[in-house]
Design a protein around this ligand. Structure first.
Ligand SMILES: Nc1ncnc2c1ncn2[C@@H]1O[C@H](COP(=O)(O)OP(=O)(O)OP(=O)(O)O)[C@@H](O)[C@H]1O
Ligand SMILES: [Mg+2]
Length: 234
């Protein structure tokens, strides 16, 4: 259990059970890898971080998705009572869906310019696994990996120059760029989903959080009508 808070400014998720595991929130200006298996709750957690930031802290957020259509995200969010269309109309949120046919039209610099112009404080990239398709995929495996890692390094370096920005990077467990991302990011959240004979049990563990005495236990995740909850037993 982690209780004392140090003096760093923190970006709160306001997600049930989460902030107390990381001394009150992510250290301002962090890059956090949200890693895990399919269906484990990575998208819902990240979306909720943006929605809560817009509502509670009046912080603008951008969700870049290479995975889902905007309408699909609107629909998923509605199930938890989050009206993304309204938040967009109010200028508090931007959802940018980049289809596979558009992938090479968005460079890291284009994305950074959008973040800067919108004055976003919270950004999600869903996911760095699909982002790697920006790399020429006709390359052989090892050249592809090197180029994908360089792209990720460039993205983090470029985004970190935007003052006070908190970045969540979603990745698929064991994907080629995940290993590298695990140690260059400031924080690593691991979402898992285990089959228990028909039912699935989801868990979260915080593998690292720079500048933070983080809790590293395995915590059950519940996905309910209000979104995601992290159970902590304390
Ligand atoms: N309204 C809901 N109530 C309860 N559980 C839900 C609800 N909506 C979605 N889920 C659960 O959440 C899961 C999806 O969560 P999420 O999209 O965050 O996963 P993910 O880790 O991003 O997966 P992927 O790697 O496939 O993108 C679904 O598979 C479903 O089990
Ligand atoms: Mg997802």
């Amino acid at each position: 259990m982690v209780s004392c808070e140090n003096s760093l400014k923190r970006s709160k998720s306001y997600i049930f059970g989460f902030d107390k595991l990381v001394e009150g929130g992510f250290p301002d200006g962090s890059s956090i890898l949200v890693n895990g298996s399919p269906g484990a709750g990575k998208t819902i957690f990240s979306l909720q971080y943006l929605v809560n930031g817009a509502i509670n802290d009046n912080e603008k957020g951008i969700y870049f998705t290479f995975e889902e259509k905007k309408e699909a995200l609107f629909l998923q969010a509605k199930q938890f009572g989050w009206d993304l269309e309204d938040l967009e109309k109010e200028g508090r949120l931007k959802i940018i869906s980049i289809g596979i046919n558009l992938v090479d039209k968005y460079s890291v610099s284009d994305m950074a310019e959008i973040i800067h112009d919108f004055d976003a404080k919270r950004v999600v990239v869903d996911s760095i696994t699909t982002l790697s398709f920006l790399v020429d995929n006709t390359l052989d495996y090892s050249s592809f990996n090197i180029r994908a890692n360089c792209l990720l390094f460039k993205l983090i370096d470029r985004f970190k120059k935007i003052s006070g920005l908190n970045l969540l990077l979603i990745s698929q467990k064991d994907a080629p760029s995940t290993n590298f991302a695990e140690f260059i990011c400031d924080g690593l959240l691991e979402f898992s989903s285990e089959s228990l004979g028909g039912n699935y049990s989801r868990n979260l563990s915080i593998k690292k959080m720079r500048n933070t005495k983080n809790d590293s236990d395995l915590h059950p995740i519940e996905i309910c009508d209000e979104g995601i909850k992290i159970h902590t037993f304390f």
